[in-house]
Write a protein that binds this ligand. Sequence first.
Ligand code: SF4
Ligand code: SF4
Length: 471
Amino acid sequence: MENFDEFDDYRDRISTIGTNGKRVWVYPKKPKGKLYNYRKITALFLLAFFFLAPFIKIDGEPFLLFNVLERKFILFGFPFFPQDFYLLVPVMIAFIVFVVLFTVVYGRIFCGWLCPQTIFMEFVYRQIEYWIEGNNKQQRRLDLAPLNFNKLWRKGLKHFLFYFISFITIVWFLAYIIGMDQVFRIFTADRGSNLALILGVVVFSGVHFLVFAKLREQVCVIICPYGRLQGVLLDRNSIVVSYDYNRGEPRGIYKPHENRATAGKGDCVECSSCVQVCPTGIDIRHGTQLECINCTACIDACNGVMKRMNKPQGLIRYASERSIADTEPLRFNVRILLYSFVLLGLLTLTGFLFSERTELEASILRMSGTMYQEYDAQHYSNIYVIQVVNKTRNTLPVEIELIQPGGEIKMMGGELNIEKGKVGKADFLLVLDKNVVKKSLTNVKFRVLANGREMDVINTSFVGPNSLDRP
Ligand code: SF4
Ligand code: SF4
């Protein structure tokens, strides 16, 4: 086991751990190319959404809110209540199945294009690093240089900006929990009474800073559970960033005027451009590896080389291991179509569950500990409590109608108006003719109306005297 050759060595340790067991710092070259531009647009859109969403309000309520402490949740302007948590089970199951199927078919596309870790690392922090410390070679030279004024101000400014952005990001995360108005108050007028919270933000900003200043690709390679799952989720048919070894091998350096086909060389010119741009420091020519986050930087780099050599692009491309081995183009086979169909079905189911969610939730229960009352010589009465959750964005006037049997409802405490996003309660009497109450428990059916529209039908019971107590 001592003499690992170049091709076996990568199997025994991750790319960022050296043979001495120490961290190998990655200095990726700034990528450029078509896919990088698309990723940049995607990242800018997602970052804009992240930073703008806390300012968006619909009818005075935040567009998104995840207030775990007060159990108040608003998704895309729609308030959700603990009563809606039954939706969580099917949605979570759909989400897990979705993640598994999506990864089986499309590999780690999420990691490269949508993951917040990649977006912040590649399109925020790394950009600042290129701006202050220069390209990958200049960064390496700066790290090796002794401490001098140049190194001090560049490192100082970079880390200051890193921490500042981390602080802003954590403040924005807080805005998603308690709302931007509240955050603004905490950091301005109410600073004195919120020192512990402000200290918490400072500490979390420090953790965030360390993730992007120090941990970096280690999050994707070692810490992220989704990354760890790849080993069991990917198979030979999964679409991943792949090197076409049938076309590229045997690799050999480029020599002008040489006919590579006659010289028995494949299309890979051993320029190592694909390795230089890789943010996790791997060589994709070894095949799919756990470190690969499918960022496509190597695709762009290799396509640039192929273009200069007048060769077709796609020596590194999105492909399945099987399509590369069988030298077949990637086709949308039955399996991919079937899985995609299931994914679409799950998305539709989730959308359906949300659309079926009622805007008003009502319950009517007999007041606990009460029995029937002799209302007058001809009538019995029961006391009920109606509880209504108003999930709309408007105040709702709520009414109750008795569907069966015939009788009379007498509200206690006036009309029932429930404010938006609030839970309201009221007591009422149900008065039934003694002739109707023939058993100790009589079935009754109520209709709950809001703004004159039927919102719910509730079945419950009316307590009357049992046969021994009857006159
Ligand atoms: S960029 Fe392309 S040609 Fe250059 S080493 Fe990588 S695979 Fe080979
Ligand atoms: S191998 Fe290519 S796709 Fe994978 S992480 Fe490296 S540069 Fe990105």
